[in-house]
Design a protein around this ligand. Structure first.
Ligand code: GDP
Ligand code: IMO
Ligand code: MG
Length: 491
């Protein structure tokens, strides 16, 4: 944030209510009031001798200098809108996982932007957008996205990229698509962007990183050794032509000088920013149920979109994170294959899809639609340590007589309120629904919680009760302004 920008224009002062669900809710009132930046008061002693030299900045005094925003369902919850909105009050917006499999929609003054690789902060003047080391970067997509937003008057010159982020070489796009075709009925329904093969290379220690662009001989060597293996696969298993490693290397090198000015040590820059009292927002791609560890494996993406990924994907330690905001739709959607217990098909599913505009931002695929699954939301609250929920698209549920909310599963005759332990049980889970009364009034113009119809308020409060996490903001339309704020998420 530049000097003089107002911190926290998102709504009324923070709530000082005690936690309603048996555990304390974080809020400014619980922070140590020692008259100095919070980073200087940590028990870790990390800043013990530098505390008095911390430079005041416009955002100093904000109670939440490091906020993580994650998806609490299967993606497309509206993280782009939430990040953009919070991004008005922060200094850095950092993408920490995934790549251009993401599609984040941001609507500013009626103009819609679909961002894939660029962090949502790129649309806000004064914010430094950062691509963290946990992200996988397709350079062709990066520069075409920069050109696309430039053609619409937006400047990405502040963008910074971690030297340790991995690159998606063209052969991994080919491998992703070829593998999906090869799997046929058993496919995962990936976005075909080369995400899985690139993370596999990273773990297999044959990945190509941003920093490799600046050492031609190392780069050439790495591409050759990666393709030594993959060309065997292309030729012998997939019956495809081999890929020329020198052509791939030359293509990557052609971006080097354009990338060079953007490259940073992400961990150093962000930790110094936090030391200086700046605010950092960590933006997840994908979502909890697509997490490689905590999602519906194997129907997941290949990265860590949960809150811990914000630390490993940027080099900022967990003790520096102040809050974790989970974005949930008022209902639920999923793109691609895999279990989705509350899915509704037929006319009901089509109604949610058309009223919610549920088509993929990245692939244009129709999204599978279903009712809100509070088992999933509560699970997301647990694995991410959520401090707040942002509920989006409440407006889409207007006009129903009653609205089902899944409160538990029946797994082979046994009721459970937790995510089942095994993949087979998740596949067998039958939702147990509670029917909540619907409302008919148009709520798109509502900006105060108390002005919502009583039934809509009950819907929100029942879900927060089931999720054991407060719903701090509610989306009633795609635009930045179409939000009801109940508790401030920043400062
Ligand atoms: P993301 O991937 O989590 O950023 O979400 P997407 O952008 O893929 O999908 C969310 C869609 O819902 C986008 O088209 C948003 O413009 C839209 N959206 C976000 N919040 C709201 C809301 O509260 N109401 C309505 N009607 N649309 C919303
Ligand atoms: P945002 O950030 C919804 C899904 C794909 C597929 C699975 C694996 O917009 O919420 P991948 O290409 O990542 O290997 O595909 O993950 N998927 C998403 N679904 N929203 C996304 O991103 C997604 N990114 C990946 O559909 O099922
Ligand atoms: Mg999306």
């Amino acid at each position: 944030m530049g000097p003089g920008r107002v911190v926290g224009a998102l709504g009324p002062p923070p709530s000082t209510e005690p936690g309603r669900f048996g555990r304390p809710l974080p809020g400014r009132s619980q922070l140590p009031d020692l008259g100095q930046p919070r980073s200087a008061t940590r028990a870790s002693g990390r800043l013990a001798d530098g505390a008095s030299t911390v430079t005041p900045s416009a955002s100093q005094g904000a109670a939440m200098p490091a906020v993580v925003v994650v998806g609490a369902q299967w993606g497309d919850e509206g993280k782009g809108k939430a990040t953009d909105q919070l991004g008005q009050d922060v200094d850095y917006v950092v993408k920490f996982n995934g790549g251009n499999n993401a599609g984040h929609t941001v609507v500013i003054d009626g103009e819609a932007f679909a961002l894939h690789l660029l962090p949502a902060g790129v649309l806000t003047p004064g914010v430094t957008p950062v691509i963290g080391n946990g992200v996988v970067v397709d350079l062709e997509v990066l520069f075409s996205e920069i050109a696309e937003i430039a053609s619409r008057g937006r400047d990405a010159s502040a963008l910074r990229i971690s030297a340790s982020a991995h690159l998606i070489p063209s052969y991994n796009r080919v491998l992703d698509r070829t593998t999906e075709r090869f799997l046929g009925e058993r496919r995962l329904g990936t976005t075909g962007r080369g995400i899985g093969p690139t993370y596999a290379d990273k773990m297999n220690r044959v990945g190509i990183r941003v920093q490799d662009l600046f050492d031609e001989s190392i780069l050439r060597q790495k591409v050759h050794s990666a393709l030594d293996q993959k060309n065997g696969l292309f030729l012998k298993i997939f019956n495809r032509p081999a890929i020329d490693p020198d052509a791939v290397t030359d293509d990557l090198l052609s971006y080097a000088e354009r990338v060079r000015p953007m490259v940073i040590d992400c961990s150093l820059v962000l930790n110094e920013a936090l030391d200086d009292g700046k605010t950092v927002l960590f933006e997840a791609g994908q979502a909890t149920m697509l997490d490689i560890d905590h999602g519906t494996y194997p129907f997941v993406t290949s990265s860590s979109p949960t809150a811990g990924g914000a630390c490993t994907g940027t080099g900022v330690g967990p003790t520096r994170i102040d809050s974790v905001v989970g974005v949930v739709k008022a209902y639920a959607t999923r793109v691609g294959e895999g279990p989705f217990p509350t899915e509704v098909t037929g006319v009901e599913g089509e109604r949610l899809r058309s009223e919610g505009g549920e088509y993929g931002v990245t692939t244009g695929r129709p999204r599978r639609c279903g009712w809100h699954d509070a088992v999933v939301t509560r699970y997301a609250a647990r694995v991410n340590g959520l401090t707040d929920l942002v509920m989006t698209k409440l407006d889409v549920l207007t006009g129903y007589e009653t609205i089902p909310v899944c409160v538990a599963y029946d797994v082979d005759g046994v009721r459970t309120e937790e995510m089942p332990l095994t993949q087979s049980d998740v596949h067998h889970a039958v939702p147990v629904y509670e029917e909540l009364p619907g409302w008919r009034e148009d709520i798109t113009g509502v900006r105060e919680f108390s002005d919502l119809p009583a039934e809509a308020r009950t819907y929100v409060t029942r879900i927060e009760e089931l999720a054991r996490t407060r719903v701090s903001a509610i989306g009633v339309g795609p635009g930045r302004e179409a939000t009801i704020t109940r508790h401030r998420l920043l400062g």
